[in-house]
Design a protein around this ligand. Structure first.
Ligand code: FEO
Length: 398
């Protein structure tokens, strides 16, 4: 499959309808994804921007041969070394050895490290240009968006930005343009992608967007390397990224817990009731962390003013679904969110103190430094204590 993006640019990537986990088992992709590769034909040179994930390398190269004689590809741009975009380079360069690969200096390191090949690397930096004859590719390094080697490029004449992972979504669709797809689905996947992948780099996102906008380049289309192409009002996703990068929050609170014998679940629900009593406007999302998709929960936390986390104590520790959640939260480094801990216990009861410590490590401002500890399972008194705790949380987030 291939399709025309416009007269000069052809999409030659792979739609992966089956993918349900990305980065190994780390990130859920309920809607599949696509690996977008673009063939750009200038008056003098033809360039291929990015390839596809390795399992599709042979299929990719075979399809590419239907689109073009591979020997007519003058150069390849590798905007990013991660294998979902570079995975077909070996297969391709076996057919056209010696073809220059334009990439950042850091990408040489990552590509050599992964493929153990000494290809014809041509390193570029911000402002460098590659002439295709009647138009140029201008390179813009985008370090840590989301790898040190990440890079954007901009095609003059067609005014297309190719930002690789940025502005992408794990969203397989037969309609590859933004105005043709379900907008709720599109934005659900776009914000999930931002929340789970780009959150730690939000300050860099803000700075990079400013840097690109300050270049005063006209942007008629944004062609990311995952998901649909932003063709109609392409800067809408740039504006969204500016919002998301700026300590984004809606009037929402997420409660996540795990439970062994229902005590912590009942406590969670009582806390939610108390929050509602003190703050009727706030949306409360309640998840059992062990029974929910962790990346969807992270997305809801990203949208929230705060996170309230509960686990019973087990072996002087916490249940593993909550430990995993807090490990992800620590890495994402959410900004300007509040939270606190709760949990039931039978004997030693360390979980609440441990969770509060993990919340602090994740940069969450504690609403209550003691947390709520409920012995065994909440009775009427325990439910009342949980509701009071909820009212305190609700007031703190009003
Ligand atoms: Fe889509 Fe960072 O790879």
């Amino acid at each position: 499959m291939s399709f025309k993006v416009n007269e000069n640019v052809t999409w030659v990537g792979k739609i992966d309808w089956e993918l349900r986990k990305f980065h190994g088992e780390e990130l859920s992709t309920h809607k599949g994804t696509s690996y977008n590769s673009y063939l750009v034909r200038g008056s003098e040179k033809t360039v291929l921007i990015d390839t596809v994930w390795k399992p599709f390398a042979e299929e990719f190269v075979n399809n590419l041969k239907k689109e073009i004689d591979l020997n007519e590809i003058d150069c390849i741009v590798a905007n990013h070394g991660e294998v979902d975009h570079s995975g077909a380079l070996s297969e391709l360069l076996r057919e056209i050895p010696g073809t220059p690969v334009y990439c950042s200096k850091a990408a040489v390191k990552s590509l050599k490290g992964q493929f153990h090949e000494d290809w014809n690397f041509q390193t570029v930096k911000t402002g460098d240009k590659l002439s295709l004859g009647d138009r140029e590719l201008i390179f813009v390094e985008a370090k840590m968006l989301h790898w040190p080697d990440s890079m954007f490029c901009y095609l003059t004449g067609d005014n297309i930005l190719f930002p690789n992972d940025a502005f992408g979504q794990h969203y397989a669709s037969e309609h590859m343009f933004n105005e043709l797809v379900d907008q709720d689905e599109l934005y659900r996947e776009a914000i999930k992608y931002y929340a789970n992948i780009l959150t730690p780099f939000s300050k860099l996102v803000t700075a990079k967007i400013k840097e690109v906008l300050d270049l005063n380049l006209q942007v008629d289309m944004i062609c990311p390397s995952h998901g649909i192409i932003w063709r109609q009002d392409p800067l809408q996703i740039v504006k969204k990224y500016q919002e998301w990068a700026d300590a984004y929050q809606e009037n929402q609170l997420t409660i996540v817990y795990d439970t062994m014998w229902d005590g912590t679940r009942r406590t969670a629900e009582a806390i939610a009731g108390g929050i509602k009593e003190a703050n009727s406007e706030i949306t409360i999302k309640l998840y059992n962390g062990a029974r929910s998709d962790i990346n969807d929960v992270i997305t809801e936390i990203f949208k929230s003013k705060g996170m309230v986390v509960g686990s019973p104590t087990i072996n002087k520790g916490i249940l593993h679904s909550i430990a995993a959640l807090m490990e992800i939260a620590k890495g994402l480094n959410f900004q300007q969110k509040k939270g606190c801990a709760f949990g039931c216990y039978g004997w030693s009861g360390e979980s609440v103190k441990l969770i509060n410590g993990l919340l602090e490590e994740a940069g969450i401002e504690l609403i209550n430094t003691e947390g709520l500890r409920i012995p065994w399972s909440p009775d009427d008194e325990g439910v009342a204590a949980a509701k009071a705790y909820g009212r305190e949380i609700g007031a703190a987030l009003a």
